[in-house]
Design a protein around this ligand. Structure first.
Ligand SMILES: NC(=O)C1=CN([C@@H]2O[C@H](COP(=O)(O)OP(=O)(O)OC[C@H]3O[C@@H](n4cnc5c(N)ncnc54)[C@H](O)[C@@H]3O)[C@@H](O)[C@H]2O)C=CC1
Ligand SMILES: O=C(O)[C@H]1O[C@H](OP(=O)(O)OP(=O)(O)OC[C@H]2O[C@@H](n3ccc(=O)[nH]c3=O)[C@H](O)[C@@H]2O)[C@H](O)[C@@H](O)[C@@H]1O
Length: 430
């Protein structure tokens, strides 16, 4: 099938590469020329395991990228994989996806015959039907349900494992009341459905939109709940990881997403919990559990810093920050917990020396003036303390490197460093 994807970021590029690998011809449309050039040259514009290989095979061939919306005219279906960020007040900002829908609609005016448009971005229920569909219909002159069909197909991939997640889904959700759109989605996903154990959920557009928020809200709340429990464990001198291992054996709880520590960051848990809280509040309903999940998450960096304070004043001292990405496996620093931690260190007058295997460049836009090192031992050398913000595997094998510290204090926000003799070690919840 001929598929176009507007927006070529973490989701758009991954989905495009995987669709191409499933045998489809794909066009990626993006306004960023560098991204377009990278894809056409067979290179991944982002750090994502497995993506380079897929792009090296298909990029510039059955996967083509362009800044020109006209190329969607050669396709049967367009996915919108555009950012849906937060406004100042936490509510969803749909201006980017609306602008893209307008341009797509204008372009589709030239197309004879049917076109299917699928929302891939995370959007508040009713956005597809009440905001995007009318924009598309007005701009294209096409008629909804006749030659224009809309659907919502939420995406559940995680950064760092995006390709693997996309290729091994637990569920695939098709939300639409258009038979044409549902049939089109089935045709696109057929190879994946046949090759995986995924359950296909066919539902309404609004239900599909809400499933995405509910999924993220549950996961984010699960992490906040284990952090709440972990904070209590720390007060009692109990190891929250032993507790989590035990309760995770109950398959009603499950062992996944029970890693307590610095809390969740990333481009979606924060923005999506805030967006659904805001949307719920506008209806008159106060989502107390979700508000609590956000409040617990917001407190974790300060708890880490107060553990550091217990071991001495860091004013004018060198403090090593290990890990800048919001999670391992990615160069993404959006809403990374390292940001409030570094802010807190700077407020205390510390000299920050930061190391991350891939995310340092992205962090420079937030903190242009801190020191970035090429190796963890360079950040640790002469440091009075070390804080760990990301659970990169390479931190687990650090050992003699701590000997170069002036004072060997390690406050670990991710339980990645082993306690050992000669190290004053503080775990955030253990
Ligand atoms: N990042 C993730 O792991 C996941 C994200 N999502 C959702 O998917 C959506 C996209 O997220 P990301 O891929 O992370 O965003 P992103 O910010 O990585 O990528 C968005 C892309 O859209 C491009 N763009 C902006 N305006 C455009 C326009 N008018 N026309 C064409 N391209 C334009 C940008 O240049 C950028 O390359 C969001 O709604 C997000 O909530 C859903 C699941 C996972
Ligand atoms: O909508 C999205 O963008 C995506 O958001 C999350 O994926 P992602 O943010 O990429 O990464 P996660 O693995 O979920 O981690 C999110 C944050 O939670 C933290 N986390 C995760 C698990 C855990 O047990 N403890 C914990 O603190 C991670 O360190 C990270 O900061 C969801 O897991 C995806 O299903 C969803 O598609």
């Amino acid at each position: 099938m001929r598929v176009s994807i507007v927006g070529s970021g973490y989701v758009g590029t991954t989905v495009a590469a995987c669709f191409t690998d499933m045998g489809h011809d794909v066009v990626n449309v993006d306004i960023d020329q560098d991204i377009v050039d990278a894809i056409n040259a067979g290179k991944a514009p982002i750090h994502e395991p497995g993506l380079d290989d897929l792009l090296a095979t298909h990029g510039g061939d059955t996967l083509a990228a362009t800044t020109d919306y006209e190329d969607v005219l050669e396709t049967d279906v367009t996915f919108l994989a555009l950012p849906t960020p937060s406004k100042e007040d936490g509510s969803i900002d749909t201006s980017i996806i609306e602008a893209a829908a307008e341009t797509l609609g204008d372009t589709l005016r030239e197309k004879d015959g049917d076109h299917v448009v699928v929302t891939k971005s995370t959007v508040i229920p009713r956005t597809t039907t009440e905001t995007l569909a009318p924009i598309l219909a007005d701009a294209s002159g096409k008629q909804l349900g006749a030659d224009l069909h809309v659907a919502m197909n939420p995406e559940f991939l995680r950064e760092g494992t995006a390709v693997e997640d996309f290729q091994n889904p637990d569920k695939i959700v098709f939300g639409s009341d258009s038979e044409t759109a549902i049939d089109t989605l089935h045709e696109i996903f057929k190879p994946l459905i046949e090759a995986s154990d995924a359950t296909v959920v066919e539902t309404g557009v609004e239900e599909a939109e809400m499933i995405k928020y509910a999924n993220n809200a549950f996961l984010a709340s699960k992490v906040s709940l284990i952090n709440d429990i972990g904070n209590i464990c720390k007060e009692f001198g109990v190891d929250a990881y032993e507790v989590a291992d035990a309760i995770g054996l109950d398959d009603r709880i499950s062992e996944r997403f029970l890693r307590s520590g610095l809390g969740w960051g990333g481009s979606c848990f924060g923005k999506d919990t805030n967006a659904i809280i805001h949307a719920a509040t506008e209806t008159g309903y106060e989502p107390a559990m979700l508000e609590a999940a956000v409040a617990v998450n917001d407190r974790q960096p300060e708890r880490l810093l107060s553990l550091l304070d217990d071991h001495g004043d860091v004013e004018s001292e060198r403090v090593a920050v290990l890990g800048l990405a919001f999670k391992p496996g990615t160069d993404d620093v959006r809403d990374s917990r390292a940001i409030p931690v570094i802010n807190g260190l700077q407020e205390r007058g510390a000299n920050v020396a930061a190391y991350d295997p891939v995310a340092a460049e992205n962090m420079r836009t937030h903190f242009p003036d801190i020191e970035y090192t090429d190796a963890p031992q360079d950040a640790l050398a002469d440091a009075s303390a070390c804080v760990v913000c990301t659970d990169w595997d390479e931190f687990a094998v650090l050992d003699d490197e701590f000997d170069a510290m002036e004072t060997r204090v390690v406050v670990d926000g991710r339980r990645i460093i082993e306690r050992r003799d000669g190290l004053t070690y503080e775990g955030l919840t253990w």
